[in-house]
Design a protein around this ligand. Structure first.
Ligand code: 13P
Length: 337
């Protein structure tokens, strides 16, 4: 695969219905996932689990990029092949999460900012040498009483733009992830309003920093009801409001939008994406960059046991294929059986 510039890399990742496998859980988060299947999280078990996903048949043709945690970028499989090579042998590009997590925006605030800009340029040089073609940075925006504040949105989007500029200077595609969190009792319309404020601010900052939009991927939340809102919007409403919000705020020249799943069920995440692609009328590819919604079924099938690997690979392959169909607007519920 010879991809010579940022736009070609970005377009490749989302070509022909392909999407992204987010396998970049931090050491703390993957431990929680492994706790749920009574499996100890060690460097070896994390490698075994992730290599199992990367070796699955369903990677080919369905997954265009894999986001890794730094540890995985440097790991070598039992037969001596680097995990980066295992991924590229499946026709997917390796990427790396580069942010260093969250801290409170100021004392006593429940709002956060994302850290990791200080040594980012230096780290990018190393990641590029290790084979990374793209990167990810996640900003977190909560909806609640009097939040998000304009200050929180502005500071987080400013950092996302700085990050994107540094990454492009180092010849990698930045995935910009401003995640409006699903937790809370807010309505879908409140999510719409906040997502719209966030995206407006993000694209203003990206423009101010001269970030090349044609070499960038957006990883947003869907416009969706808070998970404890008494009235839950259906698939059609989520799809219509998400597409409308994106059309109002995202420049046409962006090559791809790959959603996070954010705590949605596997089927909801697929059904929403499919419904949006059935609506159509937009220039960007609309695809997936799911963590939980691609991995949950595989994790449960695996349970940390060697003898379950074939079933776990099948479970992951199935979700990868279903989401590719959704990214093409060709999914329906009967395909799940
Ligand atoms: P989820 O799809 O599980 O939300 O994970 C995506 C991700 O990368 C969050 O940063």
């Amino acid at each position: 695969m010879t991809l010579t510039n940022l736009n070609e890399i970005a377009e490749y990742i989302v070509s022909n219905g392909k999407g992204i496998l987010a396998a970049d859980e931090s050491t703390g988060t993957i431990k929680k996932r492994f706790d749920s299947i009574n499996t100890e999280s060690t460097e070896q078990s994390r490698k075994t689990y992730r290599e199992m996903l990367f070796q699955a048949d369903g990677m080919k043709g369905n997954i265009g990029g894999v986001i890794l945690f730094e540890e995985t970028l440097k790991q070598i499989s039992e037969d001596g092949t680097s995990l980066v090579k295992v991924i590229s042998n499946q026709g997917a590009l390796p990427g790396i999460k580069v942010d260093k997590g969250l801290s409170p925006i100021n004392d006593n605030s429940e709002e956060t900012v994302t850290n990791g800009l200080d040594d980012l340029d230096q780290r990018c040089k190393e990641y590029f040498e290790l084979g990374a073609k793209f990167t990810k940075w996640r900003a977190v925006i909560n909806i609640g009483n009097d939040v998000p504040t304009d200050n929180c949105i502005n500071e987080n989007m400013h950092r996302l733009a700085n990050y994107a500029k540094i990454v492009q200077t180092n010849k990698m595609v930045p995935i910009v992830e401003p995640e409006v969190i699903m937790d809370g009792s807010h309505s879908i319309d409140e999510c719409y309003e906040v997502t719209s404020r966030v995206l407006k601010s993000l694209f203003k900052h990206l423009k101010d920093k001269n970030v090349d939009i044609t070499g960038t991927i957006l990883k947003p939340n869907m416009v969706i009801s808070g998970n404890s809102c008494p009235i839950q919007a259906g698939v059609k409403e989520v799809a219509e409001k998400t597409v409308k919000c994106l059309l109002e705020n995202v420049p046409e020249e962006l090559p791809g939008i790959t959603f996070l799943s954010g705590g949605q069920s596997d089927i909801d995440a697929t059904a929403h994406l499919d419904a949006m692609n059935k609506i159509g009328g937009f220039s960007w590819k609309l695809s997936f960059s799911y963590g939980r919604a691609l991995q949950q079924a595989a994790l449960k099938a695996w349970m940390g046991k060697e003898e379950n690997m074939t079933n776990a690979k099948s479970a992951f392959s199935h979700r990868a294929l279903m989401n590719k169909k959704a990214a093409l607007g060709n999914w329906n519920k009967d395909l799940e059986n």
